[in-house]
Ligand binder design. Sequence first.
Ligand code: PRP
Ligand code: URA
Length: 208
Amino acid sequence: MKEVVLKHPLITHKLSILRDKNTGTKKFRELVGEIAILLCYEALKDAKLENTIIETPLEKYKTKCLNEDNYAFVPILRAGMSMVDGIIKVMPNAKIGHIGLYRNEETLEPVEYYYKMPENIKKREVLVLDPMLATGGSAIATINRLKKDGVKKIKFLCVISSPIGIKKLQEAHPDVKIYTASVDRELNEVGYILPGLGDAGDRVYGTK
Ligand code: PRP
Ligand code: URA
């Protein structure tokens, strides 16, 4: 399944500010949230609508609505939470599951420390959120865990990805469509994306 790379002047503009090392925490969080909304907009293009009848001030009107209960958003902690901040602005009733993973800095392997999903998770379409897809380890581990819980339909939304991260994720989970705002050049020797934006978690939470 081919990844979807968002190409739009608004995305390029927001990414340029996001990548800049002089961009502070407040602006960084806002931009990740805004890009997440645009990724979500694209990822929900195929969403099924349900028939409904409403009344305008003038007449009854047959229309369609999205049933937010059919979805769950799963940020990979920590940095994924910054994407939720944006998404709940457009999906205010979204159910949110959390998975906590950190990368072992020597092996780059993800280590799980938290997992809590909304009820009936296997009946929902799950959109996994993480600003960075680097080696692909965190994304693959998250999706393995969700599939173990019986989740059938999964999409992966990230702000910046690497070519190897995309390849690894597609090999491990060919059924999972990837939505990204940028595919960057490469990874460096310690698994950071180049040109990238640095450590997303540290920039969101100001921890370094
Ligand atoms: C970052 C990022 C991803 C992961 C990507 O998280 O938010 O979860 O690295 O790297 P990978 O594709 O090589 O697995 P990190 O482990 O730094 O944790 P944090 O969000 O708590 O800072
Ligand atoms: N995680 C990050 O936060 N940044 C990278 O460049 C790679 C992994």
